[in-house]
Design a protein around this ligand. Structure first.
Ligand code: ZN
Length: 115
């Protein structure tokens, strides 16, 4: 039998999830907040609405259509994001807690509410 592939981390859980509101801690959009559109845990990156917009050139398809530049979100490092608690509206660290039925939940370390 083959041997197991080593070096693979099983625990690859990102604290940030889709639809979270996050505050940007670094870069051009530092200080802004936005909604998480998607998360790429393997790359430790996330796409945040309206944040880290990049200009992309689009090709003109016909003569009456204007070719040109479109702006689009580009992914940003998760380490540059901080979750904003929707209960107390403050940027916060996330803690974990287990409910009586064993469900793991994220809690706001500031107001202790489940988020
Ligand atoms: Zn809170």
């Amino acid at each position: 039998m083959g041997h197991l592939r080593g070096g693979q981390k099983v625990k690859l859980m990102s604290k940030i999830k889709k639809n979270d509101i996050v505050k940007i801690l670094a870069g051009r959009d530092s200080g802004k907040t936005g909604k998480v559109l998607s998360v790429f845990p393997k790359k430790s990156k996330a796409l945040v609405q309206g944040i880290n917009m990049v200009k992309k050139h689009s090709r003109r398809k016909s003569n009456d259509q204007q070719g040109g530049i479109i702006t689009k979100e580009s992914s940003i490092d998760i380490s540059n994001l901080m979750i904003v608690c929707q209960k107390c509206s403050r940027p916060t660290r996330i803690g974990y807690s287990s409910l009586s039925d064993g469900t793991k939940v994220r809690i706001c370390k500031k107001c202790k509410e489940i988020i």
